[in-house]
Design a protein around this ligand. Structure first.
Ligand code: PEP
Ligand code: MN
Length: 295
């Protein structure tokens, strides 16, 4: 059955599951992404201040997150919006890692910044606007750091696979795919959460898949629902925006959860994550296709 997909994604054989490669497991600090543990990444859209970042890091860690997210280099819709703290932001992220033990995922926007960001980050985020920036992907791949590759706003799954294949070709096996919503004719939400693409990616690719319910919906009240859908669709983890006071956030406040909202979401997700982790364990133990386990 899975063979019928191979033609559609024939250009990117390295991304597809093979007889000997069912699942890539990405090591990060003392845990893994794509293994038997469901991994939650959480934190502010942008690194703003030490107090903002540290309070968020402590709070999301207590709620079960393993990875702190936070942009120091920000791609913005308007050139007049806050563009990120740059190096100062990276230093604050490193400080938060030291204080909490959380790993760090942060975006790199330019190939000239790759070495600098790789010094501070455990995972390099390639943002949706840069998914087709080949020179950035090559530079990030060469850094040797795991990469979180976000699906472009108008990219198909095959386009995302092509970007992933490029990173693999440049010697970096630790590529993580991310569904963060795409542009469609629907305008009720910021983007359209293409949850079925998570099922497709998990079905045909060995790379871990992360769901981003924050950018997918653009609305704080929808984030817990989209997160649950992401877990049920088979994602290996989530990336969620959390801020101490979302209404004053310097970016993406509308879609950021406050601490209590994130805590509540994690509590209500727990049974779903437990089910998903049971499936992950079974799949790894038996080297099974996800669809066989789910079906
Ligand atoms: C982000 O993670 O804050 C971000 C800018 O994401 P995306 O590239 O998916 O828009
Ligand atoms: Mn954001």
């Amino acid at each position: 059955m899975r063979e019928s997909w191979q033609g559609r994604f024939g250009e990117t054989p390295g991304v597809l599951k093979g007889a000997s490669h069912e699942q890539t497991i990405v090591p990060v600090l003392d845990f893994e992404i794509g293994g038997s543990e469901f991994i939650t990444m959480a934190g502010p859209c942008s690194v703003e201040t030490e107090a903002q970042l540290l309070s968020t890091a402590h709070s999301v860690r207590r709620a079960g997150a393993r990875i702190l997210r936070g942009g120091a280099f920000k791609p913005r819709t308007s050139p007049y919006s806050f563009q990120g703290l740059g190096l100062d932001g990276l230093k604050l992220l490193a400080h938060a890692r030291h204080e909490t033990g959380l790993a760090i995922v942060t975006e790199v926007m330019s190939e000239t910044d790759v070495d600098l960001v790789a010094e501070y980050a455990d995972i390099l985020q390639i943002g949706s606007r840069n998914m087709e920036n080949d020179s950035l992907i090559v530079a990030a791949a060469r850094s040797g750091r795991p990469m979180l590759l976000k699906r472009g706003l108008v990219a198909t799954v095959a386009d995302l696979f092509r970007a992933a294949q490029l990173a693999l070709d440049y010697g970096n096996p630790n590529v993580i795919l991310c569904e963060r919503g795409i542009r469609t004719f629907e305008t009720a939400m910021r983007n359209t959460f293409d949850a079925a693409s998570i099922a497709v990616m998990k079905h045909v690719s060995h790379l871990p898949v992360i769901a981003d319910p924050s950018h997918a919906t653009g609305r704080r009240d929808l984030v817990p629902f989209a997160a649950r859908i992401g877990v049920a669709a088979g994602a290996d983890g989530l990336i969620v925006e959390v801020h101490p006071d979302p209404d004053t956030a310097w970016s993406d406040g509308d879609q950021s959860l406050d601490f209590a909202e994130f805590d509540a979401m994690m509590v209500s997700l727990a049974p779903w994550i437990a089910l998903r982790e049971g499936e992950m364990r079974l799949r790894l133990e038996n080297n099974l296709d996800v669809a066989e386990v789910a079906g």
